[in-house]
Design a protein around this ligand. Structure first.
Ligand code: GDP
Ligand code: MG
Length: 302
């Protein structure tokens, strides 16, 4: 299956719900007026687009309509696609130019961290990169085993300790292994739940300091994994994790299972953190680098 259809399929639920309503709105108007924009704004908001993001989109649309002298409501759909792509553009490139570089994957339990790591390992390997995985979610034995399964599946070396071990020590050993093996990317899993939140945040701080010390000049991505099905609650998770670790980007998973794909616009507008990957299924190739044009196409394209 090609790249286009994967994203298209992953966004199907959002597209069906959002575009269905937008289309009938546009059909019900014969001219472009304030009422049309007001109703469009409402529709976007019910599609998990935040109020300010929806306002921004409509303000931009009004300007473009005026500039280009557009009068036919049926042209709004294409303008919407264009506006959304523009709004999402920028910052989605991964900074992984050093060898090794480090990706730290963080986020609450069950959002798809370990799965996304497996998918990233497969993707980077297909690009000819050498990858090392670090099982720094030591909170449950099953978490280590799950990453091991992905390591086997992608034929990638993994560094692990036993359950309950110090995650920062696992990261230390992972970075050492990456250096020793001449790896291009070290990807570290982390726990999403500890005895309490302070514990979790302290632990992430400690892991960050280990990376600072061991690979001070390495490129680093700190990717927060968010489950798209949680909609706007995801925004709160960004705020919490951002305080503990300098997030460089988002992996938004489970877009295939939800009509809440509009949350991508909310994240962009409210938090100004770029989405770098989207998860559109449970399979090994169901992680796509985020492409604003593909995304906007998937939502509003023909
Ligand atoms: P973790 O606790 O953050 O490490 O989450 P896991 O990687 O264990 O994933 C939790 C569940 O979400 C698993 O059943 C995954 O297969 C599933 N999952 C992860 N990403 C996606 C995705 O993009 N789409 C779908 N449908 N399921 C996903
Ligand atoms: Mg996990």
């Amino acid at each position: 299956m090609g790249f286009f259809s994967k994203i298209g399929q992953g966004l199907k639920k959002t597209r069906d719900s959002l575009m269905g309503t937008v289309n009938s709105l546009l059909h019900s108007f014969t001219k472009i007026d304030d009422e049309l924009f007001e109703e469009l704004e409402e529709i976007l908001i019910t599609g998990d687009v935040s109020v300010t993001a929806a306002e921004d989109i409509c303000t931009q649309l009004r300007e473009t309509v005026k500039e280009r002298g557009i009068t036919d409501p049926s042209q709004i759909r294409e303008l919407l696609r264009e506006t959304v792509a523009d709004m999402l553009r920028g910052g989605q490139e991964l900074a992984l130019s050093t060898s090794p570089s480090v990706i730290l994957v963080i986020g609450v339990n069950g959002v798809g961290k370990t799965t996304s790591i497996g998918k990233m390992a497969a993707l980077f390997k297909s690009q000819g990169k050498k990858v090392v995985l670090g099982a720094a979610d030591t909170f449950r034995a099953a978490a280590i085993e799950q990453l091991e399964i992905w390591a086997e599946r992608t034929d990638t070396p993994i560094v692990k300790h036993t359950q309950g071990a110090d995650p920062a020590a696992v990261v230390f050993d992972t970075l050492a292994a990456a250096k020793a093996r001449g790896a291009d990317v070290a990807i570290c899993d982390t726990a999403g739940r500890l005895h309490n939140k302070k514990n979790l945040m302290d632990e992430l701080g400690k892991i960050s300091r280990v990376i600072d010390r061991e690979l001070p000049d390495a490129d680093r991505e700190v990717l927060l994994v968010l489950d798209a099905t949680t909609g706007q609650n995801a925004v709160n998770q960004v705020r919490e994790f951002r305080a503990a670790a300098g997030i460089t980007g988002i992996i938004l998973t489970k877009l295939d299972g939800t009509a809440r794909g509009g949350v991508v616009l909310t994240i962009r507008k409210e938090l100004d953190v770029p989405v770098k990957f989207i998860g559109v299924g449970e399979g090994i190739d169901d992680l796509q680098p985020f492409d604003p044009d593909e995304f906007a196409d998937g939502l509003f394209g023909e």
